[in-house]
Ligand binder design. Structure first.
Ligand code: HGA
Length: 610
């Protein structure tokens, strides 16, 4: 996703802007640009496709020196990645950088053309520049004109604007795409992520949804969505409060489990409109390609494979698209028959997973319609080599056992499902709007699930002396059970197996006795009654049950049955929520067993060998 950096100061700000862009490089981008109000009192810009280092090289040859500027790394959604489409976009003597998607850009473009504006890019962003320019003619003040402009924008945006007419300020607007103001002494900054500004300040003010800000060298003024002047709290970071710090947590894994509400929120940012998923979030070609998709083939390894298995239930149920999921190490060596118009989807945290990458390379020879990577690292091989990308925003994951990467992958896959359903017209009316609303509430639900931390810690004691465990789930909870079993194996070294609950009597029931705890996830769906019968089968054989059940499922503690009540959630999103207690369970069992939680034996974080 793209990055924004801005500065208003007494000193030359170009190097600060470039350094800020470099710090955002890890998010992935395809071009970079900077606009500066120079000491010659002119608004000038430089843009380059490719890396920030290429922009830096261009600046070394053609210096832009000034005290006010904005800069951007673009990840194209509208228009190819090239210099002409790179930000900043100009209209007269104002410059705009934008993160997000303007859905009504076509209608606005027509209106603005009729007013005589000439477009020089294919981006949705350029309409913002011209619309603002138009509003400024009457309204004169940059912040006032920006307020009027955003009223006409549908979609998601984080915006930064400068103008040669008012060169003492930069103005910004946030809706669906984050922005933070960095506070300095006699200078102030703006960025889409505070990481970009850590070299110049440790004091930050986060803009809230709908906020407009006017940032001058020695003042910051903010108006909320209703146009009221507001104060936003200043947050000070002490040194060492970086992502690579465990903070208050004993292990990275626990910290990363607890980060899930915020990283899920970040993964959604800029990708939802009022009631729809913004399809272009997958890339400029996404809408056109998605319209042709008739099948989906997902290929991944380990935890990412489990995410793919959940997605299969979603894609077939919601989008009506047949979907196959396979582990990459099998897929790459198999003679595969490819159905016409199949989208090839890879999932990988690092984007360097050797088997997944090899499968993608093979797939290019096999006649797939297009390839899509769901990945956490924007500069990875998988992203570079795929036609379309959705970057999860999990941030750096240090614990070897994946947690926040998994839940953000699930969010990405649900966005994919809704996008495919939307473009192909196969989603039932109202379903997308409901699920978009539920996705917005998901970070809060995840917070509620995390509040059960100490309950799960107690339950973990049941496992301390055990050597084997069964995980059961039905429907989309079956892959969740698989992921729960994998987590327990990875970090506690307890043997764990996952089964679809209906398979119990076809074999694994023979293993059940009072030495084999059985873990089950039980959302309140149409499979609940069937699941309850399966649990009776376990109890009848003396098996101890640990059930994570919807608060409305009517399940209570009994002899040998430990029920943990989960907050109620829409059935489609339940795999994401029910993952959390299983992560906590494996974590606390591992702590009790005294294993090396963050670096379990024999495992590596990024599996770059076959
Ligand atoms: N829609 C704009 C900005 C894209 C963006 O936010 N990417 O993450 C464009 O295509 O230029």
């Amino acid at each position: 996703m793209c990055g924004i950096v801005g500065a208003v100061a007494e000193r030359n700000i170009t190097a600060i802007l470039v350094e800020g862009l470099k710090r955002l490089e890890y998010r992935g981008y395809d071009s970079a640009g900077v606009a500066v109000y120079t000491n010659d009192e002119k608004l000038e810009r430089l843009r380059r496709p490719g890396k920030v280092s290429e922009l830096e090289q261009a600046l070394a040859e053609e210096a832009l020196v000034g005290r006010l500027g904005i800069a951007h790394t673009r990840w194209a959604t509208h228009g190819a990645p090239c210099e002409r489409n790179a930000h900043p976009h100009f209209s007269g003597d104002l410059a705009v950088v934008h993160n997000g998607i303007i859905e009504n850009h076509e209608a606005l473009r027509e209106q603005l053309k009729a007013l005589g504006y000439v477009f020089t890019s294919d981006t949705d962003t350029e309409v913002i520049a011209h619309l603002l320019n138009h509003k400024l003619k009457d309204l004169r003040d940059l912040a006032v004109a920006l307020k009027a402009t955003v009223k006409e924008l549908h979609g998601a945006y984080g915006l930064a604007v400068i103008s040669a007419q008012q060169p003492d300020r930069l103005v910004a607007a946030r809706s669906g795409s984050p922005l933070v103001i960095g506070l300095g002494l006699g200078e102030n900054f703006l960025a889409s992520d505070q990481l970009a500004l850590r070299q110049v300040t440790d004091r930050f003010m986060y803009l809230e949804e709908g906020d407009i800000a006017e940032i001058r060298r020695d003042s910051v003024q903010i108006w909320d969505v209703a146009g009221q002047a507001v104060e936003r709290q200043t947050v000070q970071y002490s040194d060492g409060a970086e992502a690579a710090d465990k903070g208050e947590f004993r292990h990275y894994m626990l910290k990363e489990i607890h980060e899930q509400p915020s990283v899920v929120q970040r993964t959604l940012e800029g990708r939802l409109s009022q009631n729809q998923v913004l399809v272009q979030a997958f890339g400029p070609q996404a809408a056109e390609l998605f319209a042709k998709v008739r099948n989906v083939q997902i290929v991944a390894c380990g935890t990412s494979y489990h995410a793919g298995m959940v997605a299969r239930y979603w894609l077939e149920e919601l989008a009506g698209i047949p979907c196959q999921v396979e582990v990459a190490s099998e897929f790459r060596y198999r003679k595969v028959v490819v159905q016409p118009d199949t989208l090839f989807v890879t999932i990988s945290q690092s984007g360097e997973t050797a088997d997944t990458l090899a499968a993608l390379r093979n797939a290019k020879e096999l006649g797939f319609l297009a390839s899509l990577a769901i990945c956490n690292v924007g500069i990875s091989s998988l992203v570079r080599e795929s036609d379309l990308t959705l970057l999860t925003q999990a941030g750096r994951e240090i614990g070897v056992a994946s947690t926040k990467a998994f839940t953000t992958q699930l969010v990405g896959l649900l966005l994919l499902t809704l996008s495919l359903g939307q473009v192909r017209g196969s989603l039932a009316a109202g379903v997308e709007a409901t699920l978009v609303e539920e996705l917005r509430r998901l970070p809060t639900r995840l917070g509620e699930a995390l509040a059960m931390d100490s309950t799960v810690e107690k339950i973990a004691e049941l496992f301390a002396e055990k050597n084997h465990t069964l995980f059961l789930g039905r429907g989309a909870q079956f892959p969740v059970a698989m992921e729960g079993a994998l987590k327990l194996k990875e970090i506690s070294y307890i043997h764990a197996e996952a089964y679809p609950a209906g398979e119990l009597k076809h074999g694994p029931l023979a293993l059940v006795d009072n030495d084999m705890p059985v873990v089950t996830v039980a959302p309140n769906n149409e499979l609940l009654e069937k699941l309850k019968s399966n649990l009776q089968e376990v109890r009848a054989r003396g098996g101890e049950l640990i059930v994570f059940a919807d608060e409305k499922a009517g399940m209570t503690n009994g002899e040998g049955t430990h029920v943990v009540q989960m907050p109620h959630i829409h059935d489609i999103l339940s795999p994401i929520l029910y993952t959390v207690p299983l992560q906590l369970l494996s974590y606390y069992v591992a702590v009790l067993k005294g294993t090396d939680v963050d670096q379990p034996r024999n495992l590596a974080k990024s599996v770059t060998v076959e």
